[in-house]
Write a new protein. Structure first.
Length: 318
């Protein structure tokens, strides 16, 4: 019932609609409406209440309605589940069997996940927190191409909707002006003896609407709308992302998206510091191979960098 009321309020967003009109639309009592409105407020929705005018969903709410998203996605994405609050969308998909194309979206996460055990801050109504299932016909050695494809799709989605220039920080971060605005987490299960990917859960986190970051994320992370005055609904960004990703994913074997990837690289032709197996060394990024691995120059010569466990940071000038 809360979702139905939220849908009606969104249709009249920033204007009042009487409790009686909502009752008649849903064929429920005023008490039911009042109880549901209270629960929606407790979940963080900003709703004004007036004895004379009814209820108003204020303009600062960015409501996600799954039915609206479902109606606009390719058939590849079969099912969408939605949660107001969840521990981690990736962990949810890992707990039970799901089909390729299944999506789970959360309003907020209490244990949002990043790479290498890091967390992803996921406050309510400020970002996009979702995961979905892929079953690519690839070995684990080709998995970097999927991450690259996802990164390209995120950048294209942002550029389609905002007048900003996002870049891809190998391997899974999207940056704007040196601040991380989005991240990708791919977790795969493999077939025994073949190293082929049996199942891959893709997690996407995007900081969309501006808010004050926790102290530990200051000067590290930002939100897309910190860098422009344009405002875009999270629904629209989700729809655009899945359409763009689906098109590039169909052409994964051709690697046609990699030219775009190179053009938007945050580290190509840059000095970097590589952290690997408790060791640190500096390198220069010469190129990005067609499998999305890096061609780097170090003191020992030219080598290839492809490990998913390597974190890379721009080398700071002294």
């Amino acid at each position: 019932m809360e979702k139905e009321i939220l849908k009606i309020l969104k249709q009249h967003q920033n204007e009042y609609i009487s409790g009686q009109d909502i009752c008649e639309s849903l064929n429920v009592s005023r008490m039911t409406i009042s109880t549901c409105i209270k629960k929606l407020k407790e979940k963080g929705y900003h709703i004004l209440s007036s004895t004379k005018k009814g209820y108003c969903l204020t303009d600062d709410n960015d409501v996600i309605l799954i039915d609206h998203i479902k109606a606009q996605l390719p058939d590849f994405f079969k099912n969408i589940e939605y949660f107001d609050d969840i521990d981690s969308t990736n962990d949810y998909l890992k707990r039970s069997p799901h089909q390729q194309g299944d999506i789970v979206i959360a309003q907020s996460q209490t244990k949002g996940k990043g790479r290498n055990g890091k967390s992803f801050h996921s406050p309510q109504q400020k970002g996009i927190y979702l995961s979905f299932v892929l079953k690519p016909d690839l070995t684990i050695y080709d998995s970097l191409k999927i991450t690259a494809c996802l990164a390209v799709s995120l950048v294209k989605t942002i550029e389609k909707n905002y007048p900003v220039y996002p870049q891809i920080k190998w391997v899974n971060d999207i940056m704007i002006q040196d601040l991380k605005v989005a991240g990708i987490l791919c977790e795969a299960s493999l077939e025994m003896n073949t190293a082929r990917i049996e199942n891959m859960i893709v997690g996407i986190g995007i900081n969309v609407h501006s808010y004050t970051m926790p102290n530990e994320l200051q000067n590290i992370a930002g939100c897309i709308e910190d860098f422009c005055t344009t405002k875009v609904s999270r629904e629209q960004l989700i729809i655009d992302f899945f359409h763009i990703f689906y098109q590039d994913y169909q052409n994964l074997q051709t690697s046609s998206f990699l030219d775009f990837y190179r053009q938007h690289s945050y580290i190509l032709h840059q000095n970097i510091t590589v952290y690997e197996n408790n060791q640190t060394y500096t390198a220069y990024v010469l190129d990005i191979h067609d499998d999305a691995s890096l061609k780097i120059q170090t003191e020992k010569g030219i080598s290839q960098l492809c490990s998913g466990e390597v974190s890379i940071r721009k080398k700071t000038s002294s």
